[in-house]
Design a binder for this molecule. Structure first.
Ligand code: MGP
Length: 156
């Protein structure tokens, strides 16, 4: 998790737990706050074993993320987060191997990011983005950003 207590970005990262199965995640889930119960500025990150939730990690350095934005005080945040986590850990994508992790950032306008390994794998980027939209029932546009650059690469 990102605690938002310290000035240094890295110092705010705290490892909460590891899990192997959906069942184990379910146990953790029931003991944790939901995103909407976190403080403003905090994040939850769930990444595959061995991958740090940072742009600098070897698995992320050539990657990017699909970003799903939420309006202020959106009541769907917790459900969309849970459903996204279950989709990702259940490997529900044709290109599940390309997914590094998922992050929910609690802000005035919160956001959910699905981090992918390789900005060169356009097929995987679109398969994952389109499936996320379909499975989560998102009608609004979502944007894919290269971790390196602030402007978005793709919009669907
Ligand atoms: P953020 O948490 O992704 O967005 O990054 P937020 O808080 O909504 O603000 P935004 O307006 O910048 O979108 C906030 C800041 O945290 C970034 O500008 C970086 O300074 C720092 N930061 C975020 N991430 C994910 C990283 C990272 O992976 N590595 C490093 N070194 N800094 C990061």
């Amino acid at each position: 998790m990102f605690t938002n207590k310290y000035k240094s970005w890295e110092k705010n990262l705290v490892k909460l737990a590891t899990f192997d199965t959906v069942e184990d995640y379910w146990c953790l889930y029931h003991h944790m706050k939901t995103p909407s119960e976190l403080e403003l500025g905090q994040d939850y990150s769930i990444f595959k074993e061995g991958i740090q939730p940072t742009w600098e990690d070897d698995a992320n350095i050539r990657g990017g993320r699909w970003l799903i934005g939420f309006e202020k005080n959106n009541s769907h945040l917790d459900n969309v987060w849970l459903f996204t986590v279950l989709l990702v850990i259940g490997e529900n994508f044709e290109y599940s191997d390309e997914i590094c992790g998922v992050v929910v950032s609690v802000r005035t306008k919160s956001k959910l990011g699905v981090w992918l390994k390789n900005i060169g794998n356009k097929k995987a980027i679109f398969e994952i983005g389109n499936r996320l939209k379909r499975q989560l029932g998102i009608d609004e546009r979502i944007k894919f950003h290269n971790h390196d650059k602030p402007q978005n690469m793709y919009t669907i």
